[in-house]
Design a protein around this ligand. Structure first.
Ligand SMILES: [Zn+2]
Length: 325
């Protein structure tokens, strides 16, 4: 139970995207207790290219968020989720392609200018922490959860027994680069047939340039035989959904999570996307007693689309690293 004379410390979470930077102030329930994190303030600003611009933009966003709080509010840490290769120990980030950044000492630069402990997390890992806490009603202390991000690419964040799994070199969850997709399209990573060349938002845009976002239109056109491009839509849907189902199979047999949460831009398609994935999983189960025993359709969840899951998760991930908590 919260002590009213000692209000819980607040956390700032920042989610760096290719086009915008989102921030939140979050009040979390004390560690070890249930309950959803509460968002006290939200702000966004456009993302600009370059390391100096990114640092300036994050610092300005933190300023906007703290200005929105009462004078006696106590922010104890900043957590940042970002694309690129993140060294969590130092908070340095390399290769943020969308922002044309080779490297940036993000944690130390933001810490120096804001005066708050600052940690940096891979964006999919941060979203995994946020989605797990929001979807599982706060009770994730000892759960194993996979977050499958269907954004520009395809990647997963893994929480084992309540803790983010980074592996030995931060490669855990990069299942979008498992090269088993039958069309053998070339991937940005240099391989052919990576799952993300078919099962991602970026792939859907490439395969279906007729609508933006493509996925709702693909599903609607595939479901209606009277529409033009119906056959093409069926083929495109089946290609995309098969790659997503492959990714889910991989997560099931390597992580065996209680829940697989679908997130990222494509998750905004909502229930029709979940229905299509579940139909494919059932079709596979029909032919396999083993796959039937995994009960995959009942493990699928949709990440909340109305909340800034990535920024909330970045704040929660910072809480795990802050010794004062
Ligand atoms: Zn690849």
């Amino acid at each position: 139970m919260a002590d009213s004379t000692n209000p819980p410390p607040l956390l700032i979470g920042v989610d760096v995207g290719g086009t915008k930077i989102a921030g939140v102030v979050v009040e979390t329930p004390p560690p070890g207790t249930d309950g959803e994190p509460r968002v006290l303030a939200e702000a966004t600003r456009p993302a600009r290219k370059g390391a100096d611009a990114l640092i300036d933009d994050v610092v300005a966003l933190v300023g906007t968020l703290t200005d929105a709080l009462p004078a006696d509010a106590h922010v104890c840490a900043i957590g940042i989720g970002t694309p690129g290769t993140v060294d969590e120990a130092t908070g340095n980030v390399r290769d943020i392609a969308n922002l044309a950044i080779d490297q940036v000492p993000l944690a130390s630069a933001v810490h120096a200018r804001c005066g708050l402990p600052t940690s940096v997390e891979n964006d999919v890992n941060a979203a995994a922490v946020g989605a797990a806490r929001l979807v599982e009603d706060g009770d994730t202390a000892d759960e194993t959860i996979a977050f499958l991000n269907l954004g520009t690419g395809l990647a997963a964040g893994i929480i084992r027994d309540g803790v983010l799994d980074r592996g030995s070199s931060n490669t855990v969850g990069e299942i979008g680069h498992i090269p088993v997709e039958p069309h053998r399209w070339r991937c940005a990573c240099g391989q052919h047939g990576c799952l993300e060349t078919a099962g991602s938002g970026g792939a859907a845009k490439r395969l279906w340039p007729y609508a933006d976002p493509p996925m709702p239109d693909i599903l609607a056109t595939a479901a209606d035989a009277t529409r033009t491009r119906h056959r093409q839509a069926v083929e495109t849907r089946d290609t995309i959904i098969a790659a997503i189902a492959d990714a889910i199979d991989v997560l099931a047999v390597t992580v065996d999570p209680e829940a697989i949460i679908i997130g990222g831009g494509m998750a905004k398609t909502g229930e029709p996307l979940l229905d299509a994935i579940r139909a494919e999983l059932r079709r596979r189960a029909h032919a396999s007693g083993f796959i039937t025993s995994l009960q995959l359709p009942s493990r699928l969840r949709l990440a909340p689309t109305a909340l800034p899951v990535g920024a909330i998760g970045a704040a929660l991930a910072a809480a795990e690293r802050t010794p004062s908590r």
